[in-house]
Ligand binder design. Structure first.
Ligand code: ATP
Length: 497
Protein backbone atom coordinates (compact mmCIF):
# COMPACT_ATOMS: atom_id res chain seq x y z
CA UNK A 1 0.00 0.00 0.00
CA UNK A 2 2.81 2.42 0.99
CA UNK A 3 4.18 2.15 -2.51
CA UNK A 4 1.05 3.86 -3.87
CA UNK A 5 0.69 6.47 -1.09
CA UNK A 6 2.49 9.20 -3.06
CA UNK A 7 0.45 8.63 -6.22
CA UNK A 8 -2.83 8.65 -4.23
CA UNK A 9 -1.81 11.89 -2.48
CA UNK A 10 -1.06 13.62 -5.81
CA UNK A 11 -4.40 12.41 -7.21
CA UNK A 12 -6.34 13.77 -4.22
CA UNK A 13 -4.57 17.16 -4.46
CA UNK A 14 -5.40 17.46 -8.19
CA UNK A 15 -9.05 16.55 -7.61
CA UNK A 16 -9.21 19.11 -4.76
CA UNK A 17 -7.67 21.85 -6.97
CA UNK A 18 -10.13 21.15 -9.80
CA UNK A 19 -12.97 21.25 -7.29
CA UNK A 20 -11.81 24.60 -5.87
CA UNK A 21 -11.42 26.01 -9.39
CA UNK A 22 -15.02 25.04 -10.22
CA UNK A 23 -16.10 26.93 -7.08
CA UNK A 24 -14.38 30.02 -8.53
CA UNK A 25 -11.46 30.07 -6.08
CA UNK A 26 -8.08 31.12 -7.51
CA UNK A 27 -5.89 27.98 -7.19
CA UNK A 28 -2.68 29.48 -8.68
CA UNK A 29 -0.99 30.17 -5.29
CA UNK A 30 -1.76 26.57 -4.22
CA UNK A 31 -0.29 25.19 -7.46
CA UNK A 32 2.89 27.24 -6.99
CA UNK A 33 3.23 26.12 -3.37
CA UNK A 34 2.77 22.49 -4.41
CA UNK A 35 5.41 22.89 -7.15
CA UNK A 36 7.94 24.32 -4.68
CA UNK A 37 7.22 21.55 -2.13
CA UNK A 38 7.51 18.90 -4.86
CA UNK A 39 10.83 20.35 -6.02
CA UNK A 40 12.29 20.29 -2.51
CA UNK A 41 11.07 16.69 -2.03
CA UNK A 42 12.56 15.57 -5.38
CA UNK A 43 15.93 17.16 -4.70
CA UNK A 44 16.15 15.62 -1.25
CA UNK A 45 15.38 12.13 -2.66
CA UNK A 46 17.76 12.62 -5.57
CA UNK A 47 20.53 13.64 -3.23
CA UNK A 48 20.09 10.44 -1.27
CA UNK A 49 20.45 8.47 -4.50
CA UNK A 50 23.56 10.36 -5.48
CA UNK A 51 25.30 9.48 -2.24
CA UNK A 52 24.39 5.83 -2.66
CA UNK A 53 25.82 5.86 -6.18
CA UNK A 54 29.08 7.41 -5.22
CA UNK A 55 29.42 4.89 -2.47
CA UNK A 56 29.63 1.97 -4.80
CA UNK A 57 26.41 1.55 -6.78
CA UNK A 58 25.36 -2.07 -6.84
CA UNK A 59 27.63 -3.25 -4.06
CA UNK A 60 26.15 -5.95 -1.88
CA UNK A 61 26.76 -6.65 1.74
CA UNK A 62 26.00 -10.23 2.54
CA UNK A 63 25.29 -11.58 5.98
CA UNK A 64 27.65 -14.51 6.13
CA UNK A 65 26.34 -15.78 9.44
CA UNK A 66 25.33 -19.15 8.07
CA UNK A 67 28.30 -19.78 5.79
CA UNK A 68 31.16 -21.87 7.16
CA UNK A 69 34.30 -23.59 5.87
CA UNK A 70 32.45 -26.94 6.17
CA UNK A 71 30.22 -25.92 3.28
CA UNK A 72 33.22 -25.62 0.96
CA UNK A 73 34.22 -28.87 -0.70
CA UNK A 74 37.81 -29.89 -1.40
CA UNK A 75 40.23 -26.97 -1.13
CA UNK A 76 41.59 -28.45 2.11
CA UNK A 77 45.01 -26.83 1.66
CA UNK A 78 43.51 -23.43 0.78
CA UNK A 79 41.16 -23.62 3.78
CA UNK A 80 44.04 -24.59 6.07
CA UNK A 81 46.25 -21.74 4.85
CA UNK A 82 43.38 -19.27 5.11
CA UNK A 83 42.47 -20.34 8.65
CA UNK A 84 46.11 -19.98 9.71
CA UNK A 85 46.16 -16.48 8.25
CA UNK A 86 42.87 -15.59 9.92
CA UNK A 87 44.18 -16.62 13.31
CA UNK A 88 46.09 -13.34 13.17
CA UNK A 89 42.72 -11.65 13.60
CA UNK A 90 41.33 -14.11 16.09
CA UNK A 91 44.34 -14.43 18.45
CA UNK A 92 44.79 -10.69 18.96
CA UNK A 93 46.52 -10.78 22.34
CA UNK A 94 49.20 -13.22 21.25
CA UNK A 95 49.83 -11.18 18.10
CA UNK A 96 50.29 -8.05 20.16
CA UNK A 97 52.52 -9.77 22.71
CA UNK A 98 54.86 -11.06 20.02
CA UNK A 99 54.82 -7.77 18.13
CA UNK A 100 53.59 -9.35 14.90
CA UNK A 101 52.68 -6.94 12.13
CA UNK A 102 48.93 -7.19 11.41
CA UNK A 103 47.90 -9.03 8.31
CA UNK A 104 46.11 -6.59 6.02
CA UNK A 105 45.42 -8.43 2.82
CA UNK A 106 44.95 -11.98 1.59
CA UNK A 107 44.98 -12.75 -2.12
CA UNK A 108 43.04 -15.75 -3.38
CA UNK A 109 44.22 -16.73 -6.85
CA UNK A 110 42.85 -19.46 -9.07
CA UNK A 111 40.54 -20.40 -11.93
CA UNK A 112 36.91 -19.18 -12.01
CA UNK A 113 34.30 -20.99 -9.96
CA UNK A 114 36.68 -22.69 -7.54
CA UNK A 115 35.16 -21.17 -4.41
CA UNK A 116 37.14 -17.97 -3.78
CA UNK A 117 34.00 -15.98 -2.89
CA UNK A 118 32.87 -18.80 -0.62
CA UNK A 119 36.22 -18.78 1.17
CA UNK A 120 35.94 -15.03 1.79
CA UNK A 121 32.42 -15.44 3.21
CA UNK A 122 33.55 -18.29 5.45
CA UNK A 123 36.52 -16.16 6.58
CA UNK A 124 34.13 -13.44 7.74
CA UNK A 125 32.12 -16.03 9.64
CA UNK A 126 35.23 -17.60 11.20
CA UNK A 127 36.51 -14.23 12.45
CA UNK A 128 33.04 -13.01 13.46
CA UNK A 129 33.43 -10.02 11.16
CA UNK A 130 31.14 -7.85 9.13
CA UNK A 131 31.33 -8.85 5.43
CA UNK A 132 31.35 -6.40 2.56
CA UNK A 133 31.78 -7.45 -1.04
CA UNK A 134 32.65 -5.47 -4.15
CA UNK A 135 33.97 -6.28 -7.57
CA UNK A 136 36.92 -4.57 -9.27
CA UNK A 137 34.74 -3.61 -12.21
CA UNK A 138 32.46 -1.56 -9.93
CA UNK A 139 35.29 0.92 -9.40
CA UNK A 140 35.94 1.56 -13.04
CA UNK A 141 34.45 4.81 -14.21
CA UNK A 142 35.08 7.15 -17.08
CA UNK A 143 35.68 10.06 -14.72
CA UNK A 144 38.98 10.35 -12.91
CA UNK A 145 38.58 10.15 -9.15
CA UNK A 146 35.20 8.40 -8.95
CA UNK A 147 36.73 4.94 -8.48
CA UNK A 148 39.07 6.28 -5.79
CA UNK A 149 36.08 7.85 -4.03
CA UNK A 150 34.27 4.53 -4.08
CA UNK A 151 37.23 2.76 -2.49
CA UNK A 152 37.28 5.40 0.28
CA UNK A 153 33.53 4.97 0.81
CA UNK A 154 33.86 1.18 0.89
CA UNK A 155 36.33 1.32 3.77
CA UNK A 156 34.26 3.98 5.53
CA UNK A 157 31.10 1.89 5.18
CA UNK A 158 32.85 -1.25 6.44
CA UNK A 159 34.05 0.56 9.58
CA UNK A 160 30.62 2.10 10.18
CA UNK A 161 28.82 -1.19 9.66
CA UNK A 162 31.16 -3.04 12.03
CA UNK A 163 30.61 -0.35 14.71
CA UNK A 164 26.85 -0.50 14.22
CA UNK A 165 26.80 -4.27 14.51
CA UNK A 166 29.26 -4.10 17.43
CA UNK A 167 31.84 -6.30 15.69
CA UNK A 168 35.54 -5.81 16.25
CA UNK A 169 36.49 -6.52 12.63
CA UNK A 170 35.31 -6.29 9.04
CA UNK A 171 36.22 -8.38 5.99
CA UNK A 172 36.19 -6.51 2.70
CA UNK A 173 36.10 -8.87 -0.29
CA UNK A 174 37.18 -7.44 -3.65
CA UNK A 175 36.57 -9.82 -6.56
CA UNK A 176 38.35 -9.32 -9.91
CA UNK A 177 41.09 -7.24 -8.23
CA UNK A 178 43.08 -7.32 -11.50
CA UNK A 179 40.62 -4.78 -12.97
CA UNK A 180 41.90 -2.06 -10.64
CA UNK A 181 45.18 -3.64 -9.57
CA UNK A 182 46.70 -4.37 -12.98
CA UNK A 183 50.33 -3.41 -13.66
CA UNK A 184 50.67 0.37 -14.00
CA UNK A 185 52.14 1.45 -17.27
CA UNK A 186 53.10 5.08 -16.85
CA UNK A 187 49.93 7.08 -16.72
CA UNK A 188 47.83 5.91 -19.64
CA UNK A 189 44.98 4.99 -17.35
CA UNK A 190 44.92 7.74 -14.79
CA UNK A 191 41.57 6.64 -13.43
CA UNK A 192 42.80 3.10 -12.78
CA UNK A 193 46.00 4.42 -11.19
CA UNK A 194 44.10 6.69 -8.83
CA UNK A 195 41.78 3.87 -7.79
CA UNK A 196 44.71 1.57 -7.10
CA UNK A 197 46.60 4.31 -5.25
CA UNK A 198 43.57 4.89 -3.06
CA UNK A 199 43.37 1.19 -2.25
CA UNK A 200 47.08 1.17 -1.33
CA UNK A 201 46.58 4.27 0.83
CA UNK A 202 43.63 2.67 2.63
CA UNK A 203 45.67 -0.50 3.21
CA UNK A 204 48.60 1.49 4.56
CA UNK A 205 46.20 3.17 6.97
CA UNK A 206 45.20 -0.10 8.62
CA UNK A 207 46.79 -0.43 12.07
CA UNK A 208 46.89 -3.36 14.48
CA UNK A 209 45.31 -1.45 17.34
CA UNK A 210 42.52 0.20 15.38
CA UNK A 211 38.97 -0.86 16.03
CA UNK A 212 37.27 -2.21 14.03
CA UNK A 213 40.15 -4.03 12.32
CA UNK A 214 39.85 -4.32 8.55
CA UNK A 215 40.99 -7.36 6.56
CA UNK A 216 40.92 -7.24 2.80
CA UNK A 217 40.48 -10.45 0.84
CA UNK A 218 40.93 -10.07 -2.89
CA UNK A 219 40.35 -12.64 -5.61
CA UNK A 220 41.79 -12.95 -9.09
CA UNK A 221 42.06 -15.39 -11.97
CA UNK A 222 45.09 -13.49 -13.31
CA UNK A 223 47.65 -13.08 -10.55
CA UNK A 224 50.44 -12.47 -13.07
CA UNK A 225 48.71 -9.25 -14.14
CA UNK A 226 48.79 -7.63 -10.69
CA UNK A 227 50.95 -4.62 -9.90
CA UNK A 228 53.89 -5.51 -7.67
CA UNK A 229 52.93 -2.67 -5.30
CA UNK A 230 49.87 -4.69 -4.35
CA UNK A 231 51.77 -7.88 -3.74
CA UNK A 232 54.60 -6.58 -1.59
CA UNK A 233 54.80 -7.46 2.12
CA UNK A 234 52.48 -5.29 4.18
CA UNK A 235 49.78 -5.29 1.53
CA UNK A 236 48.47 -8.53 0.01
CA UNK A 237 51.26 -10.52 1.55
CA UNK A 238 49.44 -13.83 1.91
CA UNK A 239 48.81 -15.51 -1.43
CA UNK A 240 46.62 -18.57 -1.37
CA UNK A 241 46.17 -20.71 -4.49
CA UNK A 242 42.61 -21.96 -5.01
CA UNK A 243 42.97 -24.68 -7.63
CA UNK A 244 40.57 -26.94 -9.51
CA UNK A 245 39.52 -29.77 -7.18
CA UNK A 246 41.05 -33.26 -7.45
CA UNK A 247 38.86 -36.38 -7.43
CA UNK A 248 38.47 -36.39 -3.65
CA UNK A 249 37.62 -32.69 -3.71
CA UNK A 250 35.09 -33.18 -6.52
CA UNK A 251 33.38 -35.95 -4.54
CA UNK A 252 33.22 -33.68 -1.50
CA UNK A 253 31.70 -30.83 -3.55
CA UNK A 254 29.19 -33.19 -5.21
CA UNK A 255 28.15 -34.47 -1.76
CA UNK A 256 27.65 -30.91 -0.50
CA UNK A 257 25.38 -30.04 -3.41
CA UNK A 258 23.59 -33.41 -3.24
CA UNK A 259 22.66 -32.86 0.39
CA UNK A 260 19.35 -31.12 -0.39
CA UNK A 261 18.42 -33.43 -3.29
CA UNK A 262 16.82 -36.89 -3.31
CA UNK A 263 19.57 -39.00 -4.92
CA UNK A 264 18.73 -42.51 -6.12
CA UNK A 265 20.37 -45.21 -3.98
CA UNK A 266 22.03 -46.73 -7.08
CA UNK A 267 23.91 -43.52 -7.93
CA UNK A 268 27.66 -43.84 -7.55
CA UNK A 269 28.89 -40.35 -6.72
CA UNK A 270 32.52 -41.55 -6.77
CA UNK A 271 32.02 -42.53 -10.43
CA UNK A 272 30.53 -39.10 -11.15
CA UNK A 273 33.56 -37.49 -9.48
CA UNK A 274 35.81 -39.56 -11.76
CA UNK A 275 33.94 -38.48 -14.87
CA UNK A 276 34.05 -34.81 -14.02
CA UNK A 277 37.82 -34.48 -14.33
CA UNK A 278 38.87 -30.81 -14.54
CA UNK A 279 35.42 -29.49 -13.51
CA UNK A 280 35.37 -26.51 -11.16
CA UNK A 281 33.20 -26.33 -8.05
CA UNK A 282 30.75 -24.09 -9.91
CA UNK A 283 30.49 -26.66 -12.73
CA UNK A 284 29.89 -29.46 -10.23
CA UNK A 285 27.15 -27.43 -8.58
CA UNK A 286 25.68 -26.96 -12.04
CA UNK A 287 25.83 -30.74 -12.74
CA UNK A 288 23.76 -31.41 -9.60
CA UNK A 289 21.31 -28.65 -10.42
CA UNK A 290 20.87 -29.70 -14.08
CA UNK A 291 20.38 -33.33 -12.99
CA UNK A 292 17.58 -32.18 -10.68
CA UNK A 293 16.00 -30.27 -13.61
CA UNK A 294 16.18 -33.42 -15.79
CA UNK A 295 14.54 -35.39 -12.93
CA UNK A 296 11.74 -32.82 -12.78
CA UNK A 297 11.23 -33.04 -16.57
CA UNK A 298 10.92 -36.83 -16.19
CA UNK A 299 8.51 -36.47 -13.28
CA UNK A 300 10.94 -38.61 -11.28
CA UNK A 301 11.09 -38.63 -7.48
CA UNK A 302 14.86 -39.06 -7.38
CA UNK A 303 17.96 -38.05 -9.35
CA UNK A 304 19.25 -41.12 -11.22
CA UNK A 305 22.63 -41.91 -12.82
CA UNK A 306 21.00 -41.18 -16.19
CA UNK A 307 20.03 -37.66 -15.08
CA UNK A 308 23.54 -37.05 -13.76
CA UNK A 309 25.19 -38.26 -16.98
CA UNK A 310 22.94 -36.05 -19.09
CA UNK A 311 23.81 -33.15 -16.78
CA UNK A 312 27.57 -33.81 -17.18
CA UNK A 313 27.18 -33.73 -20.99
CA UNK A 314 25.18 -30.55 -20.75
CA UNK A 315 27.71 -28.77 -18.55
CA UNK A 316 30.64 -30.02 -20.65
CA UNK A 317 29.20 -29.53 -24.13
CA UNK A 318 26.10 -27.35 -23.80
CA UNK A 319 22.39 -28.13 -24.22
CA UNK A 320 21.21 -30.43 -27.01
CA UNK A 321 20.16 -28.33 -29.95
CA UNK A 322 17.68 -29.17 -32.68
CA UNK A 323 19.91 -28.01 -35.52
CA UNK A 324 18.66 -29.63 -38.72
CA UNK A 325 21.60 -30.97 -40.70
CA UNK A 326 21.48 -32.27 -44.29
CA UNK A 327 22.27 -35.94 -44.92
CA UNK A 328 25.61 -34.95 -46.49
CA UNK A 329 26.56 -32.75 -43.54
CA UNK A 330 25.60 -35.53 -41.12
CA UNK A 331 27.85 -37.96 -42.98
CA UNK A 332 30.75 -35.49 -42.83
CA UNK A 333 30.21 -35.01 -39.09
CA UNK A 334 30.08 -38.80 -38.59
CA UNK A 335 33.38 -39.30 -40.45
CA UNK A 336 34.93 -36.42 -38.51
CA UNK A 337 33.90 -37.92 -35.14
CA UNK A 338 35.05 -41.38 -36.24
CA UNK A 339 38.43 -39.81 -37.05
CA UNK A 340 38.72 -38.61 -33.43
CA UNK A 341 37.43 -41.89 -32.00
CA UNK A 342 39.61 -44.24 -34.10
CA UNK A 343 42.66 -42.13 -33.35
CA UNK A 344 41.81 -42.16 -29.63
CA UNK A 345 41.60 -45.97 -29.63
CA UNK A 346 44.93 -46.20 -31.49
CA UNK A 347 46.77 -43.81 -29.19
CA UNK A 348 45.08 -44.85 -25.94
CA UNK A 349 43.25 -48.16 -26.35
CA UNK A 350 40.01 -48.42 -24.35
CA UNK A 351 39.68 -44.65 -23.94
CA UNK A 352 36.50 -43.91 -25.93
CA UNK A 353 33.32 -43.95 -23.87
CA UNK A 354 30.82 -42.56 -26.43
CA UNK A 355 30.69 -41.40 -30.05
CA UNK A 356 27.66 -39.20 -30.69
CA UNK A 357 26.11 -37.50 -33.67
CA UNK A 358 23.66 -35.37 -31.70
CA UNK A 359 24.20 -31.59 -31.96
CA UNK A 360 25.09 -30.04 -28.62
CA UNK A 361 26.13 -26.49 -27.83
CA UNK A 362 28.20 -25.34 -30.82
CA UNK A 363 29.18 -28.89 -31.87
CA UNK A 364 27.35 -31.15 -34.33
CA UNK A 365 28.82 -34.32 -32.81
CA UNK A 366 31.28 -35.33 -30.09
CA UNK A 367 33.44 -38.11 -28.72
CA UNK A 368 33.47 -38.63 -24.98
CA UNK A 369 36.60 -40.11 -23.49
CA UNK A 370 36.87 -42.35 -20.44
CA UNK A 371 37.46 -40.37 -17.26
CA UNK A 372 41.07 -39.49 -16.91
CA UNK A 373 43.02 -40.17 -13.77
CA UNK A 374 43.94 -36.96 -11.99
CA UNK A 375 47.24 -36.22 -13.64
CA UNK A 376 49.59 -33.30 -13.12
CA UNK A 377 52.60 -34.28 -15.25
CA UNK A 378 52.44 -35.03 -18.97
CA UNK A 379 55.14 -36.51 -21.18
CA UNK A 380 55.89 -35.43 -24.75
CA UNK A 381 54.43 -38.72 -26.04
CA UNK A 382 51.19 -38.19 -24.14
CA UNK A 383 50.78 -34.62 -25.40
CA UNK A 384 51.58 -35.62 -28.99
CA UNK A 385 48.89 -38.30 -28.66
CA UNK A 386 46.38 -35.68 -27.46
CA UNK A 387 47.20 -33.48 -30.47
CA UNK A 388 46.74 -36.43 -32.84
CA UNK A 389 43.32 -37.22 -31.32
CA UNK A 390 42.36 -33.55 -31.81
CA UNK A 391 43.59 -33.59 -35.43
CA UNK A 392 41.87 -36.92 -36.21
CA UNK A 393 38.61 -35.23 -37.23
CA UNK A 394 40.20 -32.89 -39.78
CA UNK A 395 42.42 -35.71 -41.09
CA UNK A 396 39.36 -37.91 -41.71
CA UNK A 397 37.58 -35.11 -43.59
CA UNK A 398 40.64 -34.63 -45.80
CA UNK A 399 40.82 -38.36 -46.47
CA UNK A 400 37.23 -38.70 -47.58
CA UNK A 401 36.45 -35.29 -49.09
CA UNK A 402 39.87 -33.99 -50.12
CA UNK A 403 39.28 -30.83 -48.06
CA UNK A 404 38.47 -29.81 -44.50
CA UNK A 405 35.49 -27.82 -43.19
CA UNK A 406 35.04 -25.16 -40.51
CA UNK A 407 34.08 -27.97 -38.09
CA UNK A 408 37.69 -28.38 -36.96
CA UNK A 409 38.12 -24.90 -35.50
CA UNK A 410 37.69 -25.97 -31.89
CA UNK A 411 40.01 -28.98 -32.45
CA UNK A 412 42.74 -26.70 -33.78
CA UNK A 413 42.38 -24.33 -30.81
CA UNK A 414 42.91 -27.33 -28.57
CA UNK A 415 45.91 -28.56 -30.58
CA UNK A 416 47.55 -25.11 -30.59
CA UNK A 417 47.00 -24.86 -26.82
CA UNK A 418 48.85 -28.17 -26.33
CA UNK A 419 51.72 -26.95 -28.57
CA UNK A 420 51.99 -23.92 -26.29
CA UNK A 421 52.30 -26.23 -23.27
CA UNK A 422 55.00 -28.24 -25.07
CA UNK A 423 56.99 -25.09 -25.93
CA UNK A 424 56.69 -23.56 -22.46
CA UNK A 425 57.76 -26.84 -20.85
CA UNK A 426 60.87 -27.08 -23.03
CA UNK A 427 59.55 -30.21 -24.77
CA UNK A 428 60.20 -29.13 -28.37
CA UNK A 429 63.26 -28.96 -30.64
CA UNK A 430 63.59 -25.32 -29.62
CA UNK A 431 64.81 -26.60 -26.26
CA UNK A 432 64.40 -24.78 -22.96
CA UNK A 433 63.41 -21.24 -23.82
CA UNK A 434 61.77 -18.21 -22.31
CA UNK A 435 58.58 -18.20 -24.34
CA UNK A 436 57.89 -14.53 -23.54
CA UNK A 437 61.02 -13.63 -25.56
CA UNK A 438 59.80 -15.50 -28.64
CA UNK A 439 58.77 -13.50 -31.68
CA UNK A 440 55.39 -14.22 -33.31
CA UNK A 441 57.29 -15.64 -36.32
CA UNK A 442 59.14 -18.11 -34.14
CA UNK A 443 55.89 -19.15 -32.44
CA UNK A 444 54.26 -19.59 -35.80
CA UNK A 445 57.16 -21.71 -37.12
CA UNK A 446 57.30 -24.02 -34.09
CA UNK A 447 53.51 -24.45 -34.10
CA UNK A 448 53.35 -25.20 -37.82
CA UNK A 449 56.29 -27.64 -37.68
CA UNK A 450 54.78 -29.65 -34.82
CA UNK A 451 51.22 -29.64 -36.16
CA UNK A 452 52.25 -30.46 -39.74
CA UNK A 453 54.35 -33.43 -38.69
CA UNK A 454 51.66 -34.77 -36.32
CA UNK A 455 48.95 -34.22 -38.95
CA UNK A 456 50.99 -36.27 -41.45
CA UNK A 457 51.38 -39.05 -38.89
CA UNK A 458 47.66 -38.95 -38.04
CA UNK A 459 46.65 -39.19 -41.71
CA UNK A 460 49.03 -42.08 -42.27
CA UNK A 461 47.63 -44.01 -39.31
CA UNK A 462 44.01 -43.35 -40.26
CA UNK A 463 44.57 -43.99 -43.97
CA UNK A 464 45.74 -47.51 -43.26
CA UNK A 465 42.40 -48.04 -41.49
CA UNK A 466 40.03 -46.64 -44.11
CA UNK A 467 38.01 -49.84 -43.94
CA UNK A 468 37.21 -49.19 -40.25
CA UNK A 469 35.47 -45.95 -41.23
CA UNK A 470 33.26 -47.70 -43.79
CA UNK A 471 32.54 -50.44 -41.29
CA UNK A 472 31.48 -48.11 -38.44
CA UNK A 473 29.91 -45.27 -40.45
CA UNK A 474 26.50 -46.82 -41.10
CA UNK A 475 26.13 -47.93 -37.48
CA UNK A 476 26.86 -44.41 -36.25
CA UNK A 477 24.47 -42.85 -38.80
CA UNK A 478 21.71 -45.29 -37.84
CA UNK A 479 22.18 -45.30 -34.07
CA UNK A 480 23.36 -41.70 -33.54
CA UNK A 481 25.03 -42.75 -30.26
CA UNK A 482 27.57 -45.55 -30.06
CA UNK A 483 28.86 -46.54 -26.60
CA UNK A 484 32.58 -47.17 -25.98
CA UNK A 485 32.31 -50.97 -25.73
CA UNK A 486 30.10 -51.18 -28.83
CA UNK A 487 32.61 -49.02 -30.72
CA UNK A 488 35.51 -51.25 -29.68
CA UNK A 489 33.49 -54.33 -30.71
CA UNK A 490 33.01 -52.74 -34.15
CA UNK A 491 36.75 -52.15 -34.43
CA UNK A 492 37.66 -55.69 -33.40
CA UNK A 493 35.02 -57.27 -35.69
CA UNK A 494 36.58 -55.31 -38.56
CA UNK A 495 40.09 -56.39 -37.56
CA UNK A 496 38.92 -60.02 -37.35
CA UNK A 497 37.29 -59.79 -40.79
P1 ATP B 1 35.04 -16.34 -9.82
O1 ATP B 1 36.53 -16.38 -9.90
O2 ATP B 1 34.40 -16.61 -11.14
O3 ATP B 1 34.48 -15.16 -9.09
P2 ATP B 1 34.87 -18.00 -7.46
O4 ATP B 1 36.14 -18.78 -7.36
O5 ATP B 1 34.72 -16.82 -6.58
O6 ATP B 1 34.59 -17.64 -8.98
P3 ATP B 1 32.51 -18.90 -6.18
O7 ATP B 1 31.72 -17.69 -6.53
O8 ATP B 1 33.03 -19.00 -4.81
O9 ATP B 1 33.70 -19.03 -7.22
O10 ATP B 1 31.69 -20.21 -6.54
C1 ATP B 1 30.55 -20.19 -7.38
C2 ATP B 1 29.59 -21.29 -6.96
O11 ATP B 1 30.17 -22.56 -7.25
C3 ATP B 1 29.31 -21.31 -5.49
O12 ATP B 1 28.18 -20.55 -5.17
C4 ATP B 1 29.10 -22.79 -5.19
O13 ATP B 1 27.76 -23.15 -5.45
C5 ATP B 1 29.96 -23.48 -6.20
N1 ATP B 1 31.29 -23.85 -5.67
C6 ATP B 1 32.48 -23.42 -6.16
N2 ATP B 1 33.50 -23.97 -5.47
C7 ATP B 1 32.94 -24.74 -4.52
C8 ATP B 1 33.47 -25.56 -3.48
N3 ATP B 1 34.79 -25.69 -3.30
N4 ATP B 1 32.60 -26.21 -2.67
C9 ATP B 1 31.27 -26.09 -2.85
N5 ATP B 1 30.71 -25.34 -3.81
C10 ATP B 1 31.52 -24.67 -4.65
Amino acid sequence: MRKYGLEMGIGIVIVALVFLQTLGINVLPFVMLAAIAGGVFYVSRGKGKLTAMSSGGGRKTVKPSSFTFDQIGGQERAKQELIEALDFLVKKEQIEKLGIRPLKGILLAGPPGTGKTLLAKAAAQYTDSVYMAASGSEFVEMYVGVGAGRIRDLFKEARAKAKKEKKSSAVIFIDEIEVIGGKRDGGQHREYDQTLNQLLTEMDGIHSNESPRILIIAATNRKEMLDSALLRPGRFDRHIGVELPDKKGRLHILRIHAANKPIDAAVDLTGIAEQTYSFSGAQLESVMNEAAIYAMRDNADTLTSGHLHMAIDKVMLGEKTDKETSAEERKRVALHELGHAIMAELVRPGSVSQVALSPRGGALGFVRHQPQQDQYLYTTGFLHGQIMIALGGAAAEEMFYGERSTGSRGDFDQAVGIVKTLVESGLTDAGIIDSSMMTPDKWSKITTDILDSLMAKTKEMLDSRRGVFDHALQTLLDEENVGGDEFRALLSSYNAA
